[in-house]
Design a protein around this ligand. Structure first.
Ligand code: 5GP
Ligand code: ZN
Length: 118
């Protein structure tokens, strides 16, 4: 699915405001909201308004939107007070744990990352 929105996509519905979310930041191209099942004290999802299934597909179809996702993610890290200690994680494919096939970046912080370097 590479159309700009997908009617059966959860994150498209969150972007459209059809499903509520705890929005913490937004830009013209992207939105940021708290993960419903946080894995760290700070766990925010940054999502392009445009529907693409993966970050790679977004990079190919709309590089400016991809850049904006990371720009907003950096702003969120700053806003949440974790600019100097956070991870931006992208899961791609079911085998890597991707469950929502609308491109997104996890911003995780507020914890000690004991599992070390990736
Ligand atoms: P993925 O596993 O695809 O990288 O990440 C999807 C994330 O979306 C998961 O961390 C999951 O907790 C989160 N999530 C799933 N459904 C909802 C929802 O309805 N609202 C919010 N805010 N997050 C959700
Ligand atoms: Zn979508």
């Amino acid at each position: 699915m590479t159309s700009q929105t997908s009617s059966d996509c959860l994150f498209c519905k969150i972007v459209a405001g059809e499903i509520p979310s705890d929005r913490v930041a937004e830009s013209e191209r992207s939105i940021a909201f708290r993960d419903i099942s946080p894995a760290a004290p700070v766990h925010v999802l940054v999502v392009p308004r445009r529907h693409e299934p993966t970050v790679g597909a977004l990079a190919a179809a709309a590089g400016d939107d991809l850049a904006d996702v990371f720009r907003l993610a950096a702003r969120v890290a700053e806003q949440e007070g974790v600019a100097d200690a956070h991870r931006m994680i992208v899961n791609t494919g079911a085998g890597a744990g991707q469950t929502i096939f609308h491109a997104h970046v996890h911003v995780l912080g507020g914890t000690t990352f004991t599992e070390g370097r990736m």
